[in-house]
Design a protein around this ligand. Structure first.
Ligand SMILES: O=P(O)(O)O[C@@H]1C[C@H](O)[C@@H](CO)O1
Length: 273
């Protein structure tokens, strides 16, 4: 999956972090950047210094790649992701998956801030992604010549959920499992769209994750999706939706995300495929 400049970034990462393969890549969603501070032996790479990263950033995304260790695993952490509403294709938005694969990561943890469609999901709760509905109007495999017909029937690894739920309950963290609908944004949805998504079987809605997940599956990475409900979706919220509130809920949830990510790593280590 060639993309100009990726070799330059990979060389820099391997030079400073050592050339053993990474165990896990993590993409942090809006407001969820704090996990980066938990990495040991952290080396930081500003996106702006490497031409493979698209220009421009979204508030709440620091625009930094951090390599380090977490619970004994070599982790590559993307503090900032790319969205179609920035004017990018799904392939461009999936860049973290391309980079993770280039650096030898066999696993990808995708996180995001989402709107809750299911009324029982409260802002501050987490959702383990069961499956997705891609309404982005694009697919990262568009234009791929080499066998693009990838099977997505088991895209998001599910067997780690019950262990994570046990830990979440012990910590008093709300954790659900649900289907994510991906909308292109950047406007939030209308109440009619949210009613439609509910009828389609979605419990949460986002503007991201799906491009990275599909490309990662194509490249053979295991994928887990973990989202933070930042707001009740349009028509269900008592106040207008806004990105500042999404970021504020993200910052409040960051500590819980760290606890869940650590437990996920532990479960992943104990349950190799
Ligand atoms: O990067 P994520 O998907 O976490 O960010 C969500 C989707 C939009 O970028 C933004 C809307 O507030 O938050």
């Amino acid at each position: 999956m060639p993309q100009s400049g990726i070799d330059q970034l990979a060389d820099a990462v391997l030079r400073r972090c050592g050339d053993d393969p990474f165990d896990l890549a993590i993409v942090l969603g809006s407001g969820l950047g704090a996990l980066a501070a938990e990495l040991d032996q952290a080396e930081e790479f500003a996106y702006g210094q490497f031409p493979c990263f698209p220009e421009g950033s979204v508030a709440g995304h620091a625009g930094r790649l951090v390599g380090g260790t977490l619970q004994g695993w070599r982790v590559l952490l993307f503090q900032g992701r790319f969205h179609l509403y920035q004017g990018l294709s799904a392939r461009q938005a999936a860049l973290p998956a391309t980079i993770a694969h280039r650096l030898g990561c066999p696993r990808l943890l995708l996180t995001s801030a989402v709107g809750g469609i299911e009324p029982a999901y409260r802002p501050g709760d987490f959702v383990y992604i069961a499956d997705h509905i891609n309404l982005l109007g694009d697919n990262p495999l568009r234009g791929v010549d080499d066998n693009p017909f990838v099977d997505l029937s088991a895209l998001y690894r599910q067997d780690l959920f019950s262990g994570l739920l046990t830990r979440a309950r012990a910590l008093g963290i709300g954790l659900h499992r649900g289907v994510l609908a991906a909308m292109p944004g950047p406007s939030y949805e209308t109440p009619a769209e949210i009613r439609m998504l509910r009828l389609l079987g979605a419990q949460v809605v986002s503007m991201s994750m799906v491009p990275e997940a599909i490309l990662a599956a194509y490249l053979g990475l295991e994928v887990v999706g973990l989202s933070l409900v930042a707001n009740a979706a349009a028509g269900l919220a008592s106040q207008p939706l806004n990105h500042e509130e999404v970021l504020a809920v993200g910052r409040r949830g960051a500590e819980q995300l760290s606890a869940l990510a650590r437990e996920l790593i532990r479960l992943w280590q104990q349950n190799p495929v």
